[in-house]
Design a binder for this molecule. Structure first.
Ligand code: PAF
Length: 282
């Protein structure tokens, strides 16, 4: 399996395949790989001849330095997991210097307001960091298609906007959320949950499923209140936000309209660990 940490090496490797007119599937990750990432890699293999996985904990997208320091870094076991899936995967695990050069800074983007909703409100600058690193990574890897999980649905919409703004030719593919049997959406941050947080965590998806069930018969306002009640005084979980939003612009709604697609979004703290999830409502 090829594992590269130098920009020049991955560029050269990909160029060889491009010369042979092979399609390149790309799965950008921050490592601490789990089944959800592997599902993205499998999808990329189905649709492309070559698959590149990047493993890079991107400093510019963390607004809390504590989260950046504590973010799990497990490169050796990540590479092992990928090699068990296929020896043909090309891994790119660069340093910040290789990605950013001498200035590890983000560009300020206007994603048509998508960046100001939900995650954007609670994590200022986060989507500038995501946009900037992906612009660099797409330039380095020049993929045919890039794969993103719907757990970060807002990120997925923003990445689609990014390639439009930057006029990049990569096709962005969204993939379904991968869940544990308990319903907890897989996330690298789950590794930091203790037993009682883990036991409490299924409430997040359970709540979303109930919202979906009730969406046809209850108002957005009633559902918002009901969700707050589910987490009020909870010993392990603290609700940061719950919103029912339009898929098109991610703006939260007070009232439902006909012929409009909606999703419910939630962010919850388990101690210091922040968990997000979402569900399509119609
Ligand atoms: O979703 C992630 O893991 C990150 O935001 C991404 C897309 C790899 C960019 O650093």
């Amino acid at each position: 399996m090829q594992v590269h940490d130098k920009r020049l090496d991955i560029v050269t490797s990909v160029a060889t395949f491009k010369k042979q007119k092979k399609t390149i599937g790309f799965v950008p990750t921050m490592g601490a790989l789990h089944q959800g990432h592997l599902a993205l890699v499998e999808q990329a293999f189905k649709e492309n001849e070559v698959v590149v996985v990047s493993i890079f904990v991107n400093p510019t997208q963390f607004n809390a330095s504590e989260d950046l320091v504590n973010y799990p870094r497990t490169l050796e076991s990540d590479v092992q997991l990928l090699s068990e899936l296929s020896k043909d995967i090309i891994v790119f695990a660069p340093t910040a210097q290789e990605v950013y050069g001498d200035r590890t800074e983000s560009t300020t983007y206007n994603f048509n307001g998508l960046e100001n909703e939900m995650e954007g409100k609670f994590r200022p600058g986060h989507f500038d960091g995501v946009g900037t690193v992906l612009k660099h990574l797409f330039t380095i890897v020049s993929p045919t298609r890039a794969y993103f999980g719907e757990k970060d649905f807002q990120q997925l919409q923003i990445v689609k906007k990014l390639v439009e703004i930057e006029k990049m030719s990569v096709k962005i593919v969204g993939c379904p959320i991968y869940r544990k049997e308990s319903g907890l959406a897989l996330s690298s941050r789950n590794k930091r949950l203790n037993d009682s947080q883990l036991n409490a965590s299924p409430l997040i998806y359970k709540t979303l499923k109930q919202v979906k069930k009730d969406f046809g018969i209850k108002s957005a306002n009633t559902l918002n209140k009901w969700v707050s009640e589910q987490f009020a005084n909870h010993p392990e979980l603290e609700l940061e936000y719950f919103e029912i939003a339009k898929v098109s612009d991610l703006k939260s709604i007070k009232r439902k309209q006909k012929n409009t697609k909606y999703r419910a979004f939630i962010a919850v703290f388990a101690g210091k660990i922040r968990l997000i999830d979402n569900i399509a409502l119609n």
